[in-house]
Design a protein around this ligand. Structure first.
Ligand SMILES: NC(=O)c1ccc[n+]([C@@H]2O[C@H](COP(=O)([O-])OP(=O)(O)OC[C@H]3O[C@@H](n4cnc5c(N)ncnc54)[C@H](OP(=O)(O)O)[C@@H]3O)[C@@H](O)[C@H]2O)c1
Length: 368
């Protein structure tokens, strides 16, 4: 293969670079993570783990993303991972990370988990929400659930930087919480009757084949799913409750739309002070996110498109106020595989390594 197509980053032998294992390398989260780390100035990929792909050479599996080392994909043995990596990104189906994390932490590997296994402070709550997985994997790691830091970097940045275990948020929670939290924090929004209406592309369901995600099922249509009790509802409520200081409940409805990447979340709530204007509310968002380069706040009357953030780690926020109904309307677009998953994972990894959070992350879209 032509060596010119390998990235410099992958061929670096510099011992000062942080070594990263990607477990679940062949999946969507793994692929994005590898792509981002290939050009990252302070990390290098040193271990690839998987299941069905074990034994394959990386460049045979993914010739479009060739690695200079052309590693063989391995079983995710914690001993082997700890010999090869300082950090591990786990991009696995729910439940599996909990089998690896305690052993990796014991061997001083710092972990960034993209699944839901450590998103709840209470293991019992995880068991209530992830019932199927809880029946498959017996878990007793209450202490790790309580210790794990919820990896929304704009809100938990300082805790993330010293954490051994960071649990990256779900894609819908990221898109919903970023616009909503500043208003909860300031007590500007009525906490009864909060509604979140969200749309996602099909890559949100992962790479493993599923009938509901077939082209013929999804194309030329739009449909709601998980209408009552979608798993991300409780995750949104957990951080909302923490930030507001009292119990928050939301009505959350996701929809599947025929595109590959992207989420648009629209959040509705009543303003406590009906005198507040859209410009006032935009100022609230701008003030909260002034020092956060992964967040953009649009001027009033500009509404974000998923195309504007495609393949970037940017979240674009917009706000409008209906003076007739007193409704605050908050909008947020992200790329579900980037700010909603692997990009946010690298943002967390940057903080864990003491780097500026945006290091090595694309923030400007190639449009369209
Ligand atoms: N997709 C999104 O938009 C999104 C957003 C936020 C969070 N997440 C979360 O991120 C995680 C990964 O999602 P994804 O969409 O990237 O999934 P995916 O595309 O289905 O990939 C799953 C990966 O897990 C590996 N795997 C499965 N079973 C394994 C096992 N027993 N041992 C080792 N590796 C195993 C697979 O490897 P093989 O191919 O070798 O079997 C594959 O590489 C999930 O927990 C998901 O909920 C996803």
């Amino acid at each position: 293969m032509d060596s010119a197509i390998f990235s410099n980053a992958d061929s670096r032998s510099d011992d000062s670079l942080n070594r990263v294992a990607i477990i679940g390398a062949s999946g969507y989260g793994g692929l994005q993570s590898i792509r981002l780390l290939m050009e990252h100035p302070f990390f290098k990929v040193t271990f690839l783990g998987g299941n069905r792909s074990v034994g394959m050479r990386w460049n045979d599996l993914c010739p479009f993303l060739p690695l200079q080392q052309n590693q063989v994909i391995e079983n995710p043995d914690p001993e082997l991972i700890s010999k090869n990596a300082d950090f591990a990104i786990l991009s696995l189906p729910n439940g599996l990370a909990s089998k690896l994390v305690p052993k990796l932490l014991d061997k001083n590997v710092r972990v960034l988990d993209l699944s839901a296994d450590y998103r709840y402070r209470s293991l019992d709550q995880w068991k209530n929400v992830y019932v199927k997985e809880a029946s498959l994997y017996s878990r007793r790691d209450h202490d790790l659930c309580a210790q794990a830091i919820y990896g929304l970097p704009e809100w938990n940045g300082s805790q993330i930087s010293t954490a051994r275990l960071v649990s990256s948020p779900g894609c819908f929670p990221t898109a919903s919480l970023l616009p909503l939290l500043p208003f909860l924090k300031q007590g500007l929004i009525d906490t009864d009757g909060l509604i979140i209406d969200a749309k996602t592309g099909t890559s949100g369901g992962g790479r493993k084949p599923k009938e509901s995600l077939l082209f013929s099922e999804v194309s030329e249509g739009i449909s709601p799913y998980g209408v009552i009790g979608h798993r991300h509802t409780s995750e949104i409520e957990q951080l909302s409750t923490q930030v507001a200081g009292h119990k928050i409940q939301v009505q959350f409805t996701p929809h599947l739309i025929p595109m590959v990447r992207g989420i648009l979340a629209t959040v509705y709530g009543k303003l406590r002070d009906p005198g507040l204007t859209a410009d006032d509310c935009m100022t609230v968002l701008e003030t909260f996110y002034r020092n956060h380069p992964n967040i953009g706040v649009l001027s009033v009357g500009k509404y974000p498109s998923t195309k504007w953030v495609r393949q970037t780690n940017k979240a674009l926020l917009s706000v409008q106020v209906d003076s007739r109904t007193g409704q605050l309307v908050l909008m947020c677009t992200i790329d579900n595989l980037m700010k909603g998953q692997a990009g946010q994972g690298i943002q967390n990894l940057n903080l864990m390594a003491g780097l500026p959070q945006e290091t090595g992350l694309p923030l400007v879209s190639f449009y369209p």
